[in-house]
Design a protein around this ligand. Structure first.
Ligand code: HEM
Length: 399
């Protein structure tokens, strides 16, 4: 079937076809045949799917598209996601100037120079986790033993959150990021996490440390609810994303062994390889959503005020106009124009940290475990199709 303009055949989010690393085939078909097209959502409402690199950047760079979930026409990808977005009180769901005012309070913490200074500490944590994982075994689940603890430890330190509480916040984050969570489950998980961070923020008022939560409280500009909302955004974004990116990257490199070997032979390729893996895997796989506040023309189509858009970052990252042979993983490719971290004013705040964590994790794993292999058939790996952040549920490996 041909996708033509205004053909409401694509339910969003669509499911994947054969290759678990590729975008849903229906979205790729849309990019080729009707790059700005109407899609139907779970509740029968319609919105626009924006699939090309150029158009995605045009939308995300245009202030006439709002990130506020309360705007008319704002698209929600599931009932649970509607509850999450409608109750989101941090700056990711705000427009400027409020968004810029709040984001600015954190920019110094995530500046490249500040994060680069953390590299030795991130290397030490990486080595400690790998020492423990390999101490008396020759097989393990890379997700629970390495990919999840590393970014969780780092974000806990940055925020001043006790890592001992990781089961508590990881379990509830999982509920918030699951597309199938019910409204009641989402509300309960969020209330518990906000309660947890509010108590923590209160404690920091009396006994401050050098973490971000303490500093936000000390500034005195933020009320308790906003400080907790910001802490929650950083805590969730800070561990779920990098954890999944790490495990999925290792899996992709094991699958494309020649790429693993290239990195083994020339570790100077790792920095570029991280950009290529971000592009190739695009773990924010349901895309990012906005609502038009004025009529805007994108890719020759007029999107009316009050209509929603979904920018599919994964199809943009395989757009042949920017990335020839985009379906191939090529660690030597210059992939810097990818939009895996989004684009425009909401572009990922944590990207310098994600980069250093990923570069350190991949370089160290390849160097220390050169013969790493999958410990189950590839077909048995369970992919996180039903989560906001794509990845694998477990990655059994042996060495
Ligand atoms: C925003 C992806 C890691 C914190 C975003 C957005 C994307 C993204 C696509 C834009 C959302 C939108 O436009 O609506 C990723 C990926 C990561 C990653 C792929 C890892 C591989 C991190 C980390 C942190 C973080 C480690 C924090 C420590 C944030 C924050 C925002 C954001 C605070 C909101 C920015 C704003 O609204 O101004 N991220 N992220 N992210 N990310 Fe990340």
């Amino acid at each position: 079937m041909t996708v033509t303009d205004h053909t409401p055949i694509l339910a969003a989010p669509a499911s994947r076809g054969g290759c678990p690393f590729a975008p849903p085939p229906a979205y790729e078909q849309a990019r080729e045949e009707a790059p700005v097209t109407r899609v139907t959502l779970w509740d029968g409402s319609q919105c626009w799917l924006i699939t090309r690199h150029e158009d995605v950047r045009a939308v995300l760079g245009d202030a006439r598209f709002s990130a506020e979930a309360t705007r008319p026409g704002y698209p929600f990808l599931s009932p649970g996601r509607k509850t999450v977005a409608a109750g989101e009180s941090s700056f990711i769901r705000m427009d400027d100037p409020d968004h810029a005012r709040l984001r600015r309070m954190l920019t110094a913490d995530f500046m490249v120079k500040k994060i680069e200074a953390m590299r030795p500490e991130i290397q030490r944590l990486t080595d400690d986790l790998l020492d423990r994982m390999t101490a008396s075994r020759s097989a393990a689940d890379l997700v629970t033993e390495f990919a999840l603890p590393l970014p969780s430890l780092v974000i806990c330190r940055l925020l001043g959150v006790p890592y001992e509480d990781h089961d508590y916040f990881q379990e509830r984050s999982r509920v918030l990021l699951h597309n199938g969570s019910t409204e009641a489950e989402v509300l309960a998980a969020r209330d518990e996490l906000v309660g947890y961070l509010t108590e923590l923020a209160k404690a920091k008022e009396h006994a401050p440390d050098d973490g971000i939560m303490s500093r936000l409280m000390a500034r005195g500009e933020l009320g308790m609810p906003q400080a907790a909302a910001m802490g929650l955004l950083l805590l969730i974004a800070g561990h779920e994303t990098t954890a999944n990116m790490t495990a999925l990257s290792v899996l992709a490199l094991l699958r494309e062994r020649d790429q693993w070997t290239r990195l083994q032979e020339d570790p100077s390729l790792v920095k570029g390889a991280v950009e290529e893996l971000l592009r190739y895997l695009t773990i924010v796989h349901n895309g990012v959503t906005r609502a038009a506040t004025e009529d805007v023309t994108i890719g020759g189509r007029t999107i009316r005020a009050g209509e929603g858009v979904i920018c599919t970052l994964n199809t943009a990252n395989r757009d042949a106009d920017v990335f020839p042979s985009g379906a191939d993983l090529d660690v030597a490719r210059d992939a810097r124009r990818h939009v895996a971290f989004g684009f425009g004013v909401h572009q990922c705040l944590g990207q310098p940290l994600a980069r250093v964590e990923l570069q350190t994790a991949l370089e160290t794993i390849i160097r220390r475990l050169p013969d790493l292999r999958l410990d189950v058939p590839f077909e048995d790996i369970r992919f996180r199709e039903d989560m906001v952040v794509y990845g694998v549920y477990a990655l059994p490996v042996a060495w």
